[in-house]
Design a protein around this ligand. Structure first.
Ligand SMILES: N[C@@H](CCC(=O)N[C@@H](CS)C(=O)NCC(=O)O)C(=O)O
Length: 216
């Protein structure tokens, strides 16, 4: 069985968890905290989460590569629309989230801005809000421009674009970005969050989600 090395709050890992759930693929979830110190970097020199261990000594980093592998090896149901133009749109939408939004706002970038470049809280906040605002505005506009609107981003069932969007919307909330200006994105999210594939991929549904004492 495939092993997904991830962490509860790892939003790139959440994309993969949603994809595996949508396809009904059973997998072992391996919290990185359960590995020996230093072991993860030996397995994945990039050091970022997630990585997929699909046996035979292959450990694949990067959610985009993992998703492509899953789609190629378990094509049914497909995560991509049938129409090649819509497929390309879905991939472009997802790439925008992964490369132009998530990559600029992840924890190691925030820490570098603060600890190495000496950015104060205001500068770091400006950085985050700038890239999130630009990114989400483009995503909202993309959905507004669709020739035939669909319940999910680019089709009648959730797929490649949606599984990138939902974790990124939650990241944005955690970073204090207000999403009210994006009604089309919120409408897609409302549909996704009712589905088990999305719900069981959420950080709080993961076994390594920190247990807090019950509130008084
Ligand atoms: N482009 C990478 C991004 C991976 C990434 O930035 N992961 C972050 C968290 S979402 C990470 O590993 N941070 C270190 C950590 O969580 O310990 C992918 O899509 O897999």
């Amino acid at each position: 069985m495939m092993r997904l090395i991830s962490r509860w709050q790892n939003s790139a890992g959440e994309r993969v968890r949603i994809a595996l759930n949508l396809k009904g693929i059973a997998y072992h979830y391996v919290p990185v905290s359960s590995l020996e110190p230093g072991e993860y970097r030996r397995l994945n020199p990039q050091g970022l989460l997630p990585a997929l261990d699909f046996g035979g000594g292959h450990i694949v980093p990067q959610s985009s590569a993992i998703l492509a592998y899953i789609e190629e090896t378990y094509p049914d149901p497909s995560l991509l629309p049938e129409d090649p133009a819509l497929r390309a749109m879905a991939r472009g939408f997802a790439a925008h989230i992964a490369s132009e939004m998530h990559a600029l706002t992840v924890q190691r970038v925030r820490h570098f801005l603060r600890d190495d470049l000496g950015g104060g809280e205001t500068e770091v906040k400006r950085w985050l809000q700038h890239w999130l605002r630009l990114g989400f505005a483009a995503l909202e506009e993309t959905l507004a421009q669709r020739q035939s609107p669909s319940p999910f981003c680019f089709s009648d069932s959730p797929g490649w674009a949606d599984l990138h969007l939902i974790p990124q919307m939650n990241n944005a909330r955690r970073l204090g970005h207000d999403l009210l200006a994006y009604p089309l994105l919120l409408a897609v999210e409302q549909r996704c969050v009712t589905l088990d594939a999305f719900r069981s991929a959420r950080p709080e549904a993961q076994p390594d989600f920190p247990k807090t004492d019950s509130p008084a």
